[in-house]
Ligand binder design. Structure first.
Ligand code: CMC
Length: 365
């Protein structure tokens, strides 16, 4: 009997989770009982990670800061493997290769090292690609402040550290998105947290998921001025391109993370880190894009997603666009690990079926 296929697994519920809920009709994100509004800009990334991991490991430290700081120092040892071959790769590929050198397992120590890995390795790769030596982690700093320090080689301002912290919290978990699903599939085979995290990084890399913000900067730079927006966007759509930063599988309204990050960009602007006029320009491009998408696809709501203002925020924090997806991984890794542990605790092997549509063997003589 032929079974129904759900294209892209749309509307398939593949796991029960206590971690987060994406309400696509209301445009609401809940993380462990808290709305995004209660969390973004109000809780440190370390505390959010603790919230996500509660119940999935034995005893958790009350303050994740020292354990995460120590883990940054431990994984920094692997930076010595960063050679010219790895530096020739994209930052996410080089970061993934270094992360793959870490020991696998399901323990809390392994989990902390994996949470530290995207931050430490990306900073070393970004500096290495700019011809600069890596900066040793400072375990006494917050994760966000140390990331910026390891990349820039100087202490960040408080406003910069707060903005990055807000970003990491905002993207820490988001239901059964593609990378989290990939992580849960691998965790379901009992391969270990490092294997699950590597699956997450690999899925995140694609432009339809976490790879969108870099190309958004290319789009803004290509448009150049608000009056060029309509023509540029229409040309892109006529070529069959998708507009990065718009549309979502689950949200049928505006992605609530877009507004949390726009607020963070605006706050950072007060500290004059954002290029003058950049936010207003981006807003003009956003409005043009929304209007054109509405004309073209009147039956499908294509609204702004998290990546549009991610691009502005990470640009304002002076991350190179080539490393934007790595910064996404720095935040989402806490969610991947929580989901992997949840899968391990209660889930079965994830093993769906396919429907064979190839030729049948000739009947044996
Ligand atoms: N620009 C132009 N057309 C679009 C876009 C877009 N950004 N998004 C969807 N469409 C069109 C698509 O071409 C399709 O048209 P048609 O029915 O004529 O073929 C229709 O809308 C439905 O698209 P879909 O591919 O069925 O939708 P999906 O749910 O599979 O895709 C998406 C979701 C996020 C992959 C898609 O909206 C997209 O490619 N967006 C651009 C990339 C992007 O911004 N990605 C970041 C997503 S948010 C971060 C995260 O949580 O992963």
């Amino acid at each position: 009997m032929s079974k129904k296929i759900s294209d892209g697994l749309e509307d398939v519920v593949a796991a029960a989770t206590v971690l987060s809920e994406v309400d696509g009709q209301a445009g609401r994100l809940i993380i462990r009982g808290h709305s995004l509004d209660e969390l973004a800009g109000r809780i440190a990334y370390e505390d959010l990670a603790r919230l996500l991991w509660t119940g999935f490991f034995g005893d958790l430290p009350g303050d994740f800061g020292p354990a995460l700081g120590a883990a940054r120092v431990q994984v920094f040892e692997e930076v010595s493997a960063l050679d010219t071959g790895l530096l020739a790769l994209s930052p996410i590929e080089a970061m993934r290769a270094l992360t793959a050198r870490l020991a696998d397992g399901d323990s809390l120590d392994v989990a902390f090292r994996l949470m530290a890995a995207p931050a430490v390795f990306t900073a070393a790769v970004v500096r290495g690609q700019a011809g600069e030596a890596p900066v040793r982690p400072d375990p006494t700093l917050s994760h966000a402040a140390d990331i910026l320090r390891m990349i820039k080689g100087r202490a960040p301002t408080e406003a910069e550290a707060t903005a990055l912290d807000t970003y990491l919290v905002t993207v820490s978990d988001h239901g059964l998105n593609a990378s989290t699903f990939a992580a849960r599939v691998v965790a379901s085979t009992r391969a270990g947290l490092a294997s699950a995290t590597l699956a997450g990084i690999s899925a995140l890399k694609g432009p339809l998921h976490g790879g969108a913000p870099g190309p958004i900067i290319d789009m803004l730079d290509g448009i150049g001025a608000p009056e060029n927006a309509r023509a540029w966007i229409e040309d892109a759509l006529a070529r069959g391109d998708r507009l990065m930063g718009f549309g979502h599988r689950v949200y049928r309204v505006r992605d609530p993370r877009a507004d949390a990050l726009k607020k963070a960009v605006r706050r950072l602007g007060d500290g004059s880190n954002v290029l003058p006029g950049r936010l207003a320009f981006a807003e003009a491009v956003e409005q043009a894009a929304l209007a054109i998408l509405k004309e073209r696809k009147p039956d499908r709501t294509l609204d702004t997603n998290v990546e549009f203002y991610t691009a502005l925020l990470l640009e304002a924090l002076a991350f190179p666009p080539s490393a934007f997806t790595c910064v996404f991984a720095m935040g989402r890794v806490a969610g991947w690990i929580a989901h992997a542990r949840e899968q391990l605790a209660g889930g079965r092997l994830i093993r769906p079926q396919s429907r064979y549509i190839g030729p049948l063997p000739k009947v044996a003589a």
